[in-house]
Ligand binder design. Structure first.
Ligand code: OGA
Ligand code: MN
Length: 281
């Protein structure tokens, strides 16, 4: 008689509109069936939290590869290391243009100014925590879109938005030393639809700090609209704040979630290891 072991993984919702905690044996996370269930859950919950799994880089890369196509979103501006694991830190000994990482203090989606379609997911491991601040917040932009009044949805549906690194650095532009300015001119502007329609028909907002202008709209009007949408999506009902513990691993759907980090001290040594999944459509 053969014994068929049932794959054991449990998902526990964090808030009604966003986030699930994944409870599974560490080894089970490399089971393709468990990864499939994670991908399915990610579609709906947008953020998955794996408490204290303490992945090594090799394990994080293995999990990344099981989840989708690995994407190198390393920033030349900040590091010589062209490895697929990007070290997210403000430590000047490791990051030679920390202003780029200061940009993570503001709501954004990863890779929009450099990729032609939004990267599918981001995966982040906590390596060294900040004693104060450093929580990461996530906003479900599927829920944010779905709760907009119908008339507003219709007015947004066909708009397109230009995304640039310069826009994402605008709040801190006056802090960037002249010498770093050239380095931070990354990518060429990329246009993305403001409202993304998924294969299952669900729509989400593609917004955040990289959004510079709305195509065909006066610049100030477009920026005001983009700012209002970010405020709307940042409401507590659509957001989850993750209080990191050592070794936590969090993944999010980068097409349907904005994220930002609560400011932390530049010298506190906070270190996160990031991997990315490429666009799928
Ligand atoms: C990033 C990012 C958030 C964090 O690396 O893209 O947004 O909590 N990081 O460090
Ligand atoms: Mn980011």
């Amino acid at each position: 008689m053969s014994v068929i072991e049932k794959t054991r993984v449990e998902f526990e919702p964090v808030k009604p509109e966003v986030g699930s905690i994944v409870r599974a044996e560490r080894a089970a996370l490399f089971d393709p069936e468990v990864v499939r269930q994670c991908r399915e859950m990610l579609n709906d919950r947008v953020v998955l939290v794996f408490p204290k799994v303490n992945f090594t880089d090799a394990e994080q890369l293995a999990f990344t590869d099981l989840l989708g196509g690995r994407l190198n979103l390393t920033s030349d501006a900040t590091t010589d290391k062209q490895e697929d694991v990007y070290q997210v830190t403000l430590d000047k000994k490791i990051n030679r243009a920390p202003e780029y990482v200061l940009g993570t203090f503001f709501w954004h989606m990863d890779g929009l100014p450099v990729e032609t379609a939004p990267p599918a997911a981001t995966l982040l491991s906590a390596r060294k925590l900040a004693p104060k601040g450093g929580q990461t917040e996530f906003s479900n932009t599927l829920a944010a879109y779905e709760h907009l009044p119908e008339a507003e949805k219709a007015a947004l549906d066909d708009l397109r938005v230009v995304h640039t690194v310069a826009a994402s650095l605008r709040p801190i532009a006056d802090l960037i030393p002249e010498a770093d300015k050239g380095k931070l001119q990354i990518g060429v502007p990329k246009e993305h639809p403001l409202v993304r329609t998924r294969k299952d028909g669900r729509k989400s907002l593609v917004i955040g700090s990289t959004a510079d202008t709305v195509v065909g709209m006066e610049v100030a009007h477009g920026r005001a609209l983009l700012a209002r949408l970010v405020e709307w999506a940042g409401q507590p009902a659509f957001t989850y704040r993750h209080e990191w513990q050592d070794g936590d691993f969090v993944i999010w759907d980068n097409r349907t979630a904005m994220h930002r980090v609560i400011p932390y001290d530049s010298d506190c040594g906070r270190m996160m290891h990031r991997t990315s999944i490429a666009a799928e459509d």
